[in-house]
Design a protein. Structure first.
Length: 596
């Protein structure tokens, strides 16, 4: 059995010739079934009956059975408070293709095809009209059907992929708009749990991103499921210049995925994959326990130094050099949106229910929980509230009273949300002996690191700084422990201390040529620390004089951070590593590591 899978079926009247040629390519491949993955019609018609009818005449050309699903654009006129009555598209769609519901199952002897389709959203919970949304009724029906034939492989077809698939996304479009995954603003995790815990789901095809099959992460493998991106046929909608569809061949002794290239007008091996043996042999979930638990692409530019900040037990903020602050969840390998689009931040911090940001001569905050925290419009307002200060802000750090300390020019400020109105309270509290490169806070303890390497200690009672250690390159503190780097005889030296003990450890593999701007230390507690130097990350147990270099993925490390620790935890058991792009075909990554 041969299936041709079509990605987003966007049209342009001036490109009808290309669409017709693509359908001729499909007819020439002699498929038994064509599966279009939604978004039917041209601008002005898509989302309306006219768009479906415009697409139908091309889809019918090969004279092959069709099993389409609806995409996000097909429902954009009906979702939320859309002007088109709900059910308009679905009624015409079902009649046009002879279906009883937009989602469904096709049953074969050795394999099952599952189709999840986009549905309109209710006005009271429509965060983006273009979300790929499915109702509880649809999800529950599909979940129930999965139980009917245990041991038979299942192939899923959806417009957008589920969260956790690890497929390449489009950060500035779908991630920014929070419509990158199935049910992203409603309940994306149910799809993740579905494929993670259903051994029968062996393959999953999606579209939505308008990306071709040439990218390394256009095909991924997670928990026993192979995920595939499907490209587009039209020249006006490709994001990387390629025009492609997928060909899926299923036989009794094997499965093969290849590419139908609409530029070369032939079947190619780009993005190909094959399985030798009967389809049921694909079934079998696998899990591997590794120190690197998860890795995912985040944004298009590297994270800034100190640009990784844990937001919750599951999520992390990644502030990048190109002026985005992304909210990522490594466990499901997904980026859910951006809480800031603008100038690159000078500081980022999280306190309780607030995300704090510093840029220029401003400090502001947004909610850390509100669904509206994401900046969906590229020119949208952020943060929720802000305060203009007298000079440029060079650093911020968490204040214990749900606010932040801020290094503003030659002064230290204390900034808090003062009252129910949400207006910020900004108070200058002390002079800085020198401009601050970094503020480091641990409870009520505060340090300021200067460009001359002097670590100043702040006294709240005296409202003044006193000079402490000298020759400090970078410093961090956490739950009563502190760690820093200095240089000694051309080598880096780690200092680890608590209230009673201090350990010093030379790092002979890291010479004095290491760029101070690229150095970072993260205190993990219990005299354990991470050191970032020369693009590499080292895990150190100072009291045991143990140094282990992390085998990070391709690329170089640019930032490190603790993860969100459990209450009362003395030693942080996991941490984040931010990597730059290894080459032009890859993207910056965020890794989550756990200590075994």
């Amino acid at each position: 059995m041969r299936i041709v899978i079509l990605g987003d079926f966007h049209l342009k009247p001036e490109d009808y010739g290309l669409t017709q040629a693509a359908m001729e390519d499909i007819a020439a491949s002699r498929p038994d079934l064509i599966i279009p993955l939604g978004d039917f019609g041209s601008q002005g018609k898509i989302g309306r009956i006219e768009g479906l009818e415009e697409a139908e005449r091309f889809l019918r050309y090969p004279a092959v059975p069709l099993r389409p699903i609806l995409g996000n654009h097909d429902l954009e006129c009906e979702s939320g408070n859309g002007e088109q009555p709900k059910g308009t598209i679905e009624t015409r769609f079902l009649d046009m293709f002879g279906l009883d519901k937009p989602y469904g199952v096709l049953e074969y002897e050795q394999v099952r095809f599952f189709f999840a389709s986009t549905e309109p959203q209710s006005p009271d919970s429509c965060y983006d009209v273009q979300e790929v949304f499915a109702t509880d009724e649809q999800f529950d029906w599909l979940k129930s059907k999965l139980q009917e034939r245990p041991g038979v492989p299942v192939i899923f077809f959806t417009h957008a992929p589920p969260v956790g698939s690890g497929l390449r996304t489009v950060p500035r479009v779908h991630v920014r708009s929070t419509n990158a995954y199935l049910d992203e603003n409603h309940d994306p995790y149910r799809w993740y749990e579905l494929f993670k815990h259903t051994p029968e789901i062996v393959m999953w095809f999606s579209a939505h991103y308008h990306l071709s099959h040439i990218h390394p992460d256009s095909h991924t493998y997670r928990f026993g499921t192979h995920f595939f991106i499907t490209g587009v046929h039209g020249a006006g909608f490709t994001r990387d210049g390629m025009r492609q569809s997928r060909i899926l061949d299923i036989g009794e002794q094997g499965i093969r995925v290849r590419t139908l290239d609409h530029i070369k007008r032939e079947v190619t091996e780009e993005g190909s994959w094959s399985h030798d043996g009967p389809p049921p042999a694909l079934i079998g979930k696998t899990e591997v326990a590794l120190s690197r638990k998860y890795a995912l692409s985040v944004g298009e530019a590297p994270a800034m130094a100190r640009g990784l900040v844990p937001l919750s037990a599951d999520r992390c903020l990644v502030s990048t050099e190109d002026g985005f602050t992304w909210e990522a969840e490594p466990r499901v390998e997904a980026v859910f949106g951006t809480v800031h689009i603008g100038p690159a931040l000078a500081g980022l911090a999280v306190t309780g229910e607030r995300i704090w940001m510093a840029w220029g001569n401003h400090v502001g905050c947004s909610s850390a929980r509100d669904p509206w925290r994401f900046v969906r419009d590229a020119n949208g307002p952020w943060p929720t509230v802000s305060s203009g200060l007298t000079e440029e802000v060079s650093a911020i750090a968490v204040h214990p009273e749900d606010g932040v300390w801020a290094a503003v020019g030659a002064a230290l400020w204390k900034i808090r949300a003062a009252d129910e109105s949400g207006k910020l309270s900004a108070e200058q509290v002390a002079d800085l002996p020198e401009p601050s490169l970094a503020l480091i806070a641990d409870g009520r303890s505060l340090w300021s690191l200067s460009g001359t390497g002097i670590l100043y200690v702040y006294s709240e009672q005296e409202r003044a700084f006193a000079a402490g250690r000298t020759g400090i390159l970078t410093w961090d503190a956490w739950r009563g422990y502190a760690a820093g780097l200095t240089r000694e005889n051309g080598q880096l030296k780690l200092i680890s201390l608590d209230g009673q003990r201090e350990f010093k450890l030379l790092l002979p593999d890291l010479a004095s040529g290491t760029d101070a701007a690229g150095l970072q230390v993260v205190c993990l507690g219990g005299h354990q620390a991470l050191v970032l130097a020369d693009g590499q990350v080292f895990f150190i147990v100072a009291k045991e004089h143990s140094v282990t270099r992390l085998e990070i993925a391709e690329g170089q490390a640019v930032s490190i951070s603790r993860s969100y620790p459990a209450r009362g935890e003395e030693v942080c058991g996991s941490f984040y590593v931010g990597l730059n792009a290894a080459n032009r075909d890859s993207r910056p990554k965020l890794e989550l590591w756990e200590k075994e």
